[in-house]
Write a protein that binds this ligand. Structure first.
Ligand code: M6R
Length: 610
């Protein structure tokens, strides 16, 4: 979704703002713009439809100079992608950039039009800056103009204002859209996300809903809409700028795929007590008594994070014997879910900012459930709303297609299952020790899979022109089939579906012909023979099989070229291994087809509107 960057200081603001926008490109956008106050104290705005490169071209023709400024990448909601709809939007001496949706903009716009206001865009955002100018014309103090404007808005916003008359000052505010303040020496940064400001500072304040910040070279203050001051909580970010760079890889996605063994280690390292051979999740803040009382677990998320939740249902129900419901966050609150104070509700999210997931969490809080979060971004909204958290330590994930966030979520959920099962007395110490040992072996096995995946590139070349793909699996690998299909869809634009293999004969088998590649995930164990029968059914109808198997002896699945042998792992951890070739298959097909792998069309990394 939209990316916001703001800078106030004494340095060249234009290059800082452009660099910040580039570091937010992963969020997804269709137009970009920048505004600075120049040396003659005049407001200059350049904006255009298209990529940041198009904005840079325009800046070569209309160079800007100035220290204080704001910049924006727009992901269209109200009004098509166009130069006129690109931010910043101007009215009189003010410009604004905005992320979110103003739900009552149509009413506000028609009231302003009746007063004689002319609009030059189709956006909801333009009403914000028009309202500020209207308040200003009433003779109010600048900050009061912003406060009185925000009071009229319904919906969500992260906004940053620049005022030609106050060239060394920025005012920013948030409600239900992410915004952070970065602290430098005599300079301050505003941004939608941490990577934008990593080269300049690692000290940040996460703004809360209702916060308004006023920043100048001299310092900053945070107030609320009722003008009360609040003391800032300053967080130290432990990511470094290099983590948000490609490090020689062609795409962020490829780098992030190969980072997974390291990310998995980082996620479990801080959660294991190696002396006692136990799991310790102190930030989760679940007492033994609370755990003993849990009657039901809800796992709520969107997209890839939802697939992590589906996978964890198998782990938690099997190890803890507690019923688990997994819900899409966008559906959850609309189906009047039943919850009590003995319900554990866990939201799962890479960004910690997804609007639907946030609303689902709010539903849980309102109904008195025990609410916790599994998130990657420290200090993000979901982390702050929840009473406890497990952080995945994936580091910044820049590729829109989620990869390392997914596998680290699986590890966090595995740790949670172990913790609950042990605490409930349903997993003895000896069994826990075996699970922990198996977890410690996983990064090495992931390395082995990643270095033995050359065949996946051949498959990509062979099948890159296919129109549809089917992904089949059973049991705990079924959600991994869904995830494999999602990865292929979102970055290669090839239609793909994941199915529980046993469901094939109830419909999808009608699709099978010689043009249909069928990726089959085959885990050893009780369901192996059954999925083998499904493979034969596909073969009998001419379908092309791509098989991921766990043992060389399973060669009867197909020819040598059609199968990849993965190291064996415990059933609960094998999803981590099966995921990797599926990510690589999607990646290589997309790269061969020449799509924009890191920023696929129409997608946003962090979906901050409903
Ligand atoms: O940040 P979140 O984990 O809450 O994001 C949820 C989904 O938007 C995200 O997983 C999306 O499906 C990815 N593009 C998948 O690769």
């Amino acid at each position: 979704m939209c990316g916001i960057v703001g800078f106030v200081g004494a340095r060249d603001g234009v290059s800082i703002l452009l660099e910040g926008l580039k570091r937010l490109e992963y969020r997804g956008y269709d137009s970009a713009g920048i505004a600075v106050v120049g040396e003659q104290q005049e407001l200059q705005v350049v904006r255009c439809q298209g990529k940041i490169a198009a904005l840079e071209e325009r800046l070569q023709r209309h160079p800007l100079a100035g220290a204080t400024g704001i910049a924006h990448t727009r992901w269209a909601t109200h009004g098509k992608p166009s130069d006129d709809n690109a931010h910043p939007h101007r009215s009189g001496p003010f410009v604004v950039v905005h992320n979110g949706i103003i739900e009552n903009y149509a009413d506000l716009k028609s009231a302003l039009e009746q007063e004689g206001c002319a609009f030059s865009s189709e956006t909801d955002t333009e009403v914000i800056v028009k309202l500020v100018e209207r308040e200003w014309n009433l003779g109010k103090d600048y900050l009061q103009c912003v406060v009185d404007t925000l009071r009229q808005l319904r919906g969500s916003y992260a906004v940053v204002f620049l005022n030609e008359k106050r060239p060394h000052e920025l005012i920013a505010a948030r409600k239900e859209s992410p915004l952070i303040l970065g602290l430098g020496r005599g300079e301050y940064f505003l941004a939608s996300d941490v990577p934008a400001i990593l080269p300049y500072t690692r000290e940040v304040v996460y703004l809360d809903d209702g916060d308004i910040v006023c920043a100048s070279r001299e310092g900053f203050v945070i107030e609320s809409l009722d003008r009360g001051r609040r003391e800032p909580n300053i967080h130290q970010i432990d990511w470094n700028p290099v983590m948000a760079e490609k490090a020689g890889y062609k795409h962020f996605m490829l780098k992030e795929i190969y980072e997974q063994p390291r990310a998995v280690i980082d996620t479990f390292r801080s959660a294991l007590d190696f002396d006692k051979v136990q799991v310790c999740l102190p930030d989760l803040r679940l007492s033994k008594g609370q755990i003993a009382d849990i009657e039901k677990v809800f796992l709520i998320a969107c997209g890839t994070s939802y697939h992590a939740g589906l996978t964890a249902k198998y782990m938690i129900e099997n190890m803890c014997k507690i019923p688990v419901e997994v819900d899409l966050a966008s559906e959850f609150r609309y189906r009047a879910p039943l919850m009590t104070d003995r319900t554990l509700l866990i939201v799962i999210s890479q960004s910690g900012e997804t609007a639907d997931t946030r609303a689902a969490l709010q539903e849980g809080l309102d109904k008195g459930a025990l609410c916790r979060a599994i998130v990657n971004v420290v200090g993000s909204t979901l982390a702050r709303m929840s009473s406890g958290v497990i952080y995945t330590h994936a580091g910044p994930e820049i590729g829109v297609a989620s990869t390392k966030a997914f596998t680290t979520q699986l590890v966090a959920l595995y740790l949670l299952s172990l913790q609950l099962a042990y605490s409930l007395g349903r997993m003895p110490q000896e069994e826990l020790s075996i699970h922990i040992r198996e977890l410690l072996e996983i990064p090495g096995k992931m390395e082995a899979v990643l270095s033995g995946c050359a065949k996946v590139e051949d498959w990509a070349r062979q099948y890159m022109h296919a129109k549809d793909f089917l992904y089949l699996a059973r049991g705990i690998l079924y959600p991994i089939a869904l995830e494999g299909a999602l990865k292929l869809k979102e970055i290669s634009y090839i239609h793909a579906e994941g199915y529980a293999a046993g469901e094939m004969k109830h419909g999808p088998i009608a699709l099978i012909d010689e043009d249909m590649p069928v990726v089959v995930l085959m885990q050893r164990g009780a369901l192996y023979e059954k999925i083998l029968s499904n493979v034969q059914e596909v073969r009998a109808r001419g379908g092309q099989i791509i098989a991921l198997i766990e043992r060389e002896s399973d060669a009867k699945v197909g020819g040598e070229d059609d199968q990849l042998v993965l190291p064996e792992a415990s059933p609960w951890l094998s999803p981590l291994l099966f995921t990797l070739p599926l990510q690589l298959l999607a990646y290589h097909i997309a790269a061969l087809r020449g799509t924009d792998v890191d920023q696929p069309r129409n997608l946003a990394k962090s979906v901050t509107v409903e």
